[in-house]
Design a protein around this ligand. Structure first.
Ligand SMILES: *[C@@H]1O[C@H](CO)[C@@H](O)[C@H](O)[C@H]1NC(C)=O
Ligand SMILES: *[C@@H]1O[C@H](CO)[C@@H](O)[C@H](O)[C@H]1NC(C)=O
Ligand SMILES: *[C@@H]1O[C@H](CO)[C@@H](O)[C@H](O)[C@H]1NC(C)=O
Ligand SMILES: *[C@@H]1O[C@H](CO)[C@@H](O)[C@H](O)[C@H]1NC(C)=O
Length: 280
């Protein structure tokens, strides 16, 4: 019989440990990028309203003797830029999220594209909290898209999203700040950049259930160790008798069976006359 309780204790411990490690594993797996559900420091952002559009941001015209050059960008913060079939020649290659379009500005006629180079491609974007901006209540956040390479230099695009409830039109795109050392910076004011909901912050990303399990196992461990030490010291108990309240725990399975049977009986409407229940 002692063997049985020992096995029961081990089995219970095994279940707790398994549940704990499963919870851990779930917490550590990074979710794939979903622009409708971006998590940052307990806030959730949903910029999926931008998904259907391709944003074109025009650069400043600058002199590059004897020519005039303008560097434009095309981007989508949710997925690779989609373009109609047959237009491949006027876009970066398929799979590009941010495209650098260098144009030659002519005195007459439309500017013509000289080079099309990918700044960001299908690489998992990253999100970080950005510095506070004066007069803006909500903290901005930076989305960084990467994966491009120009002449051996890695390229990326950092978009600073600024919450502005006054901008509800999702066709309003970002503005170009600068291009420096392979990084192109944009800032994007929009109501869609505002946080969706305030989540209750949990300690270090611990779910409520995980915290509960951790606390429970710690208490169980303290109870076991302290109880065993007490029984050993005060009563000189050894072996199984060291387990605190060993008689109660010996009876525990029977108790559980009793409770389950009792609940089952009341649910199924059965009654045992010996206990004085009345049929309904
Ligand atoms: C958003 O992502 C979190 C994990 O980052 C996930 O738990 C949650 O279910 C997701 N919500 C939706 C609506 O997809
Ligand atoms: C995100 O916003 C879009 C509309 O802008 C909505 O259709 C979608 O359900 C939202 N998704 C989540 C996960 O909140
Ligand atoms: C966020 O982006 C801005 C540029 O728009 C940059 O100046 C700032 O350093 C970035 N902040 C972080 C924390 O990456
Ligand atoms: C450039 O990007 C690649 C991955 O795309 C990375 O392995 C490499 O370390 C990066 N190089 C520099 C100099 O950042």
């Amino acid at each position: 019989m002692t063997q049985f309780y020992f096995r029961l204790a081990i089995a219970t411990l095994a279940v707790v440990v398994t549940l704990q490690s499963t919870a851990n594993a779930q917490g550590e797996t990074p979710a794939p990028y979903d622009c409708a559900n971006i998590s940052l420091e307990g806030h959730t952002y949903n910029i999926s309203a931008f998904k259907a559009n391709t944003y074109t941001i025009k650069g400043e015209v600058r002199e590059e003797h004897p020519n005039k050059i303008r560097v434009d960008y095309e981007l989508n913060p949710c997925q690779a830029i989609a373009f109609p079939e047959g237009e491949a020649k006027s876009h970066c290659k398929a799979g590009t999220w941010v495209c650098q379009d260098t144009k030659l500005v002519r005195d007459e006629g439309e500017p013509i594209t000289v080079t099309l180079r990918p700044i960001a491609r299908d690489v998992a974007p990253t999100v970080v909290r950005a510095e506070k901006i004066e007069d803006v209540k909500e903290l901005p956040w930076n989305l960084t898209l990467r994966g491009g390479n120009i002449d051996g230099q890695n390229q990326s695009a950092t978009i600073t999203f600024i919450c502005d409830m006054a901008v509800t039109d999702e066709t309003v795109g970002p503005t170009l700040t600068k291009y420096e050392n392979g990084v192109v910076y944009f800032s994007w004011k929009s109501g869609h950049a505002c946080p969706q909901q305030i989540q209750v912050p949990t300690t270090e990303g611990m779910g409520g259930f995980r915290t509960f399990l951790t606390v429970l196992s710690i208490f169980a461990l303290i109870y076991l160790i302290a109880g065993a030490a007490y029984n050993h010291k005060v009563y000189g108990a050894t072996g199984v008798d060291m387990i605190p309240h060993v008689d109660f725990w010996r009876d525990f399975p029977n108790l559980v069976v009793d409770v389950v049977r009792h609940v089952w009986d009341s649910v199924t409407g059965r009654f045992t006359s010996s206990r004085g229940y009345v049929s309904v």
